[in-house]
Write a protein that binds this ligand. Structure first.
Ligand SMILES: [Zn+2]
Length: 328
């Protein structure tokens, strides 16, 4: 993971630069727009007072399906910097973002923060990117310095502060990443199987040692699941003895309910293990409305349903837990 030691030439250069440009207090906060909460939360923490970050899509909203409303077009037009994940995620919003691209700096983070070799491919569509990068915390942490650089282009006086914020956030995310790995490792080996509504968990599987079956719906949710899709996943659940499957906050629970009914009609035994935050965070003002809290909630749901035991919450994230009044 990229780190920013205090003696690094990057920091030293920023410090010198800071003398030559107006102090950040003299500049109004940059108007940043993020398509999804998983970007907005990281961007706000990196930017601190240097930017106000607005999110287009709130809790429960499926970014694969989402098209811009008139109020979104206004927000996009007023933004001074826009972040999105990838056209393979914000499939229908991409066209609207393109209309403003010449006027407003717009950054697709999958392309800006990752080499092609870091990206997983959509198994159903060779050559297409799987955009669900936030599911691997260590991967997702790499958007932080890219966001800091993009904001610093317009607010150079903020560069030094943002480098420090990035360092603090990176340390927290590193602790979260290791906790997630430890949590999944407590699940009995034969039960480390993740069956979900759509294919949002391949990066999670790659990072944390769980096997993600092909979900009922693919990487995108824009095509309807068929009876054949449900039967195919039911075969997997029965053959592997999967104890629990999961619904998602951004996808209708109907297909997962149909899967459970299909398995039970064939004499199999499976339950719905809970609801995962796949493509959106939880309600703002709740722990799950933050990126750390979203990933923590997913781990708790998965580990509990699949027969593991949660490890102690990391010391490095105690401040986060205190903020939300969570005792571990
Ligand atoms: Zn998705």
């Amino acid at each position: 993971m990229r780190s920013f030691p205090a003696t690094s030439p990057v920091l030293a250069a920023s410090a010198v630069l800071a003398l030559a440009v107006p102090a950040k207090a003299e500049e109004p906060p940059l108007k940043v727009l993020a398509t999804v909460g998983m970007i907005a939360d990281i961007a706000q923490q990196v930017a601190g007072d240097c930017a106000t970050v607005q999110t287009l899509m709130g809790p429960g909203v499926d970014p694969h399906y989402y098209s811009a409303r008139p109020s979104d077009v206004r927000a996009i037009a007023e933004a001074e910097l826009i972040f999105y994940v990838d056209q393979s995620l914000e499939e229908r919003l991409a066209e609207t973002l393109d209309r403003f691209r010449d006027r407003t700096p717009t950054l697709g983070l999958a392309g800006a923060a990752f080499a092609d070799t870091d990206l997983l491919e959509d198994p159903d569509e060779p050559g297409a990117t799987d955009p669900h990068l936030w599911m691997d915390v260590q991967r997702w942490a790499r958007i932080a310095p890219v966001i800091a650089d993009a904001i610093a282009d317009q607010r150079p006086g903020c560069a030094a502060d943002m480098a420090e914020n990035t360092m603090t956030l990176t340390a927290q995310l590193d602790a979260l990443h290791h906790w997630l790995g430890e949590a999944i490792a407590t699940i009995p080996e034969g039960q480390r199987l993740l069956v979900t509504a759509h294919d949002a968990f391949y990066y999670f599987a790659d990072a944390y040692g769980v096997e993600a079956s092909e979900a009922i719906e693919g990487i995108s949710t824009t095509t309807e699941a068929s009876i054949a899709d449900i039967r195919e996943v039911a075969d997997f659940v029965i053959e592997r003895g999967v104890p629990a499957v999961f619904v998602e906050t951004t996808v209708s629970p109907r297909t997962v309910q149909a899967l459970v009914a299909e398995v039970q009609s064939r004499g199999g035994d499976v339950v719905i293990g809970g609801e995962l935050f796949s493509d959106a965070m939880g309600d703002s003002g709740t722990p799950e409305g933050s990126y750390i809290g979203m990933m923590r909630a997913n781990a708790i749901t998965i580990v509990t349903a699949l027969g593991g035991a949660l490890p102690d919450w990391p010391d490095a994230l105690q401040g986060w837990a205190d903020h939300w009044g969570i005792s571990h």
